[in-house]
Structure formats: structure tokens, C-alpha cells
Design a protein around this ligand. Structure first.
Ligand SMILES: NC(=O)c1ccc[n+]([C@@H]2O[C@H](COP(=O)([O-])OP(=O)(O)OC[C@H]3O[C@@H](n4cnc5c(N)ncnc54)[C@H](O)[C@@H]3O)[C@@H](O)[C@H]2O)c1
Ligand SMILES: [Fe+2]
Length: 385
């Protein structure tokens, strides 16, 4: 059986990669970019740096700086208004996964019209205008994925849209942009990457290409995440985390995520928990549940993460993995849903709809142990404290 692998056409990776935007636009034969970003990037000089570099190259760009964390159909509508205000031929995303996902949605709607709900899984996504992604978190890996996640303001569903039409034409992966990430953002986004890699590795759609990048990402993240949080200016550590995030994106985009992400999206949509943090809340408990479905694969994860030694039995490595993930959460001060401030009564009243949305995303079907709706509800209960 062959594996179908989709990646960006162009990648520039390393310190200063983002400064190469003008050359990359020229390589793609586009000249009129709309920059899609958020208020933090605008207010902290990042937008100015990019706009000046483009100016110096004689390229005039428009700026939409109102992308929001966990983009919604309403925030995308505002982005579309900006798009229609100019004469653009591509979108450049500058920011975390939210800005990149916003740019992806704008790229598709700009060329094909309609609403994002028309493109949600399992519907296909046609190619939009070219997307150039410059991530500033490490991270969602969205710069190298064919996914975008947009919350439907009518149904409050965090919709997963998947298709090659959402793959950036170019990704400029510049770890220097992540040096400003504070502790919590570093921890949450790093665990998001770790989940991408682990879920891709145990997914039913895993393949030798995704396995190699997933294992490399798991090793890099567990060896560096604590230091990235504690030493934000440590360039070596930031570089390792950034590369691992892109590897994680490549892995899950070509092998799928599984149950952690399937269950995480509804928590994000209902309670506005940051994406990586809701993954973290679920990660150890869901891994414990899934372990019997792929004990050998999970043992590989434990070894890659440094939680088990090469010679250790699979059973012992599996147990060490679960313990190691609980410890990682404790070390990074990941709150429980209750400690985060989610209302207990609301949470327990929403279990049915959260389980339904988790299953509808399709991700749990790729889990090594496919859960029933009842088992998903049980897992949501188990992570409540
Ligand atoms: N498309 C995909 O493949 C994919 C994969 C995983 C997650 N996602 C989505 O990505 C979104 C989450 O993205 P995220 O975790 O990167 O965060 P984000 O983009 O939502 O950003 C969170 C906050 O961090 C700030 N920030 C970004 N970079 C910073 C930096 N360098 N320094 C300081 N602050 C910075 C932002 O301004 C924002 O306020 C969610 O909506 C999630 O569903 C998408
Ligand atoms: Fe994610």
C-alpha cells in the first residue's frame, strides 16, 4: 500500500527564514499579499518588520490584524471584508495557528465563495489562492498541514476542514519569532505538538514517512519543552521546539490525529480552553484508555520520549508512558478543567453533545482503540477534577 504525502511546495527553515518572504513570493509568482495576523503581532512590531521587508522589495501589502484565538465564522467574515477591500492574489499568515487557520479559510473563500461549514469534514476543500505561512508559535504545525479549524458561531462547533486545498504553498519556519512566547503559551503549544506526533504515530493511518517525523518530534519535544518554558531566550531549545512542531504538523496531516484531538476540540469550543491546554488535560487519561489498542506503538512512543529504556518490555514502557505524561502535565502546571474555571454543572450537562461532536469529527475512528460515545463521556468525566 502506498502513502499519500502532502507537504508545502516551499519551506525555508531556520533563524531569519521569515525575512525571505519577498523572495518566496517571487518564487510563487504572486505580488499582492494580504497579511493575516492578530493584534499582538501588530502591537509588538512583528507586522512592521514584515511590511517593511515587503516595502523594500517594492511589494505593497494589505493587513488584516483581527484574527482571533480559535477563529470563528464571524472573524473569518471580517477577514473576507478586508480581502474584498483590496486587489490581492495571495494570503500571508503571520502568527500562531489561529492566524494561519484564518488565512487558510480566507484563501478558500476568496476563490470559491460559500461558508466554511460547506468545507467541513468529510466535504472536500478546493485549492484557494496561495497561502504563505509564517508561524510564531511552536506550535500547531498548521504551516505544514492541510487542515483548518474554524468555530461555527451558529452551532458552536469547532469544525475540522481537511483537504490539500488548505496546504500552504510555502512555510517560513523561523524559530526567532517564538522567543517572545511566555511560559504558558510555550507549554500549551509544545504539548499540542507532542500530541500531534504521538497521535500520528498510533493512528490507524500511520505510515513509514509519518512515523519517522513523529518519533523525531516526540524526542525533541520531551527533551526540550521544560527548558523552553524556563529559558525563553534559549535559542537552541527554541529551534528544536520549532522544528519539532513542523514535524508534528507533517506527521498528523498525513496520518491524522486521533482521540485526544477529537475530544479536545469540543472542550475548546464550549469553554474557550486554549487548544494545546485542552489536549494536555486529556493526554494522559486518553493515552491510558487507548494503550491496549496498540501496546507496541505506545511503547515506541515511551522510548522516543525518554520515559522507557530501549531494552524495557512493551508492557512496562506503556505504563511508563502514561506515568511520564502525567508527570509532564504536573511539571508544566497544566490545570484540570475544574481548576481552569469550567463550570462543573455545565460541563457534566454537555457531556452528550461534546461526545457527539468528538465522534462527528472523524478523528476518534483513527484511534487504536475506537471508543463508543459512552466511553468518550466516561473519559470526559475521568479528566474532571
Ligand atoms: N490547522 C491545523 O493544522 C491546526 C493544528 C492544531 C491547532 N490548530 C488551531 O490553532 C489554534 C491555536 O493556535 P496556537 O496554539 O498557535 O495559538 P494562537 O494562534 O491562538 O495564539 C494564542 C495567543 O498567543 C499569541 N502569540 C502568538 N505567537 C506569539 C509569540 N511569538 N509571542 C507571544 N505571543 C504570541 C497570539 O497573539 C495569541 O494571543 C486553535 O484554533 C487550534 O484549533 C490548527
Ligand atoms: Fe492540535
Amino acid at each position: 500500500m502506498t502513502a499519500a504525502i502532502y507537504l508545502p511546495q516551499i519551506m525555508r527553515i531556520g533563524a531569519g527564514a521569515s525575512a525571505e518572504l519577498p523572495q518566496v513570493l517571487a518564487e510563487l509568482s504572486v505580488t499582492r499579499p494580504l497579511l493575516v495576523t492578530d493584534p499582538f503581532m501588530r502591537d509588538n512590531g512583528y507586522v512592521e518588520t514584515v511590511v517593511s521587508a515587503l516595502d523594500a522589495a517594492g511589494i505593497c501589502c494589505g493587513v488584516f490584524a483581527d484574527s482571533v484565538p480559535d477563529p470563528t465564522t464571524d472573524s473569518i467574515a471580517a477577514g473576507m471584508a478586508s480581502w474584498h477591500n483590496g486587489d490581492y492574489d495571495c494570503v500571508v499568515a503571520l502568527g500562531g495557528g489561529s492566524s494561519i487557520d484564518s488565512a487558510k479559510a480566507i484563501a478558500v473563500l476568496a476563490r470559491h465563495g460559500g461558508q466554511m461549514r460547506d468545507y467541513k469534514v468529510p466535504n472536500p476543500v478546493p485549492r484557494g489562492v496561495p497561502i504563505i505561512a509564517i508561524p510564531t508559535t511552536a506550535g500547531t504545525g498548521s504551516e505544514a498541514t492541510r487542515a483548518t479549524i474554524i468555530t461555527d458561531c451558529e452551532s458552536q462547533e469547532k469544525m475540522l476542514c481537511m483537504g490539500y486545498g488548505l496546504m500552504p504553498a510555502a512555510a517560513l519556519v523561523d524559530y526567532e519569532l517564538t522567543l517572545s512566547m511566555p511560559y504558558r503559551l510555550t507549554a500549551d503549544t509544545g504539548i499540542d505538538s507532542l500530541c500531534h506526533a504521538m497521535e500520528a504515530y498510533v493512528s490507524k493511518k500511520a505510515n513509514p514517512f509519518t512515523d519517522s517525523v513523529a518519533l523525531a518530534a516526540m524526542t525533541a519535544i520531551t527533551s526540550n519543552i521544560r527548558r523552553a518554558c524556563d529559558e525563553p531566550q534559549n535559542r537552541e531549545v527554541r529551534e528544536a521546539m520549532m522544528l519539532a512542531a513542523t514535524w508534528g504538523g507533517m506527521a498528523f496531516s498525513n496520518a491524522s490525529v486521533t482521540l485526544i484531538h477529537g475530544m479536545s476540540r469540543p472542550i475548546g469550543a464550549f469553554y474557550h480552553v486554549p487548544h494545546g491546554m485542552s489536549n494536555a488535560m486529556l493526554m494522559p487519561t486518553v493515552t491510558e484508555f487507548s494503550l491496549p489498542g496498540a501496546p507496541v506503538r505506545y511503547a515506541d512512543c515511551a522510548r522516543a520520549m525518554g520515559f522507557a529504556s530501549a531494552g524495557e518490555s512493551d508492557a512496562s514502557a506503556g505504563a511508563a508512558l502514561v506515568a511520564g505524561l502525567y508527570q509532564l502535565n504536573a511539571d508544566l502546571s497544566v490545570p484540570s478543567p475544574g481548576a481552569f474555571g469550567i463550570d462543573r454543572q455545565h460541563y457534566f450537562a454537555s457531556l452528550g453533545s461534546m461526545a457527539e461532536q468528538a465522534l462527528a469529527s472523524g478523528s476518534p475512528n483513527n484511534n487504536p482503540r475506537v471508543p463508543t460515545a459512552q466511553e468518550i463521556e466516561h473519559l470526559y468525566k475521568a479528566v474532571w477534577t
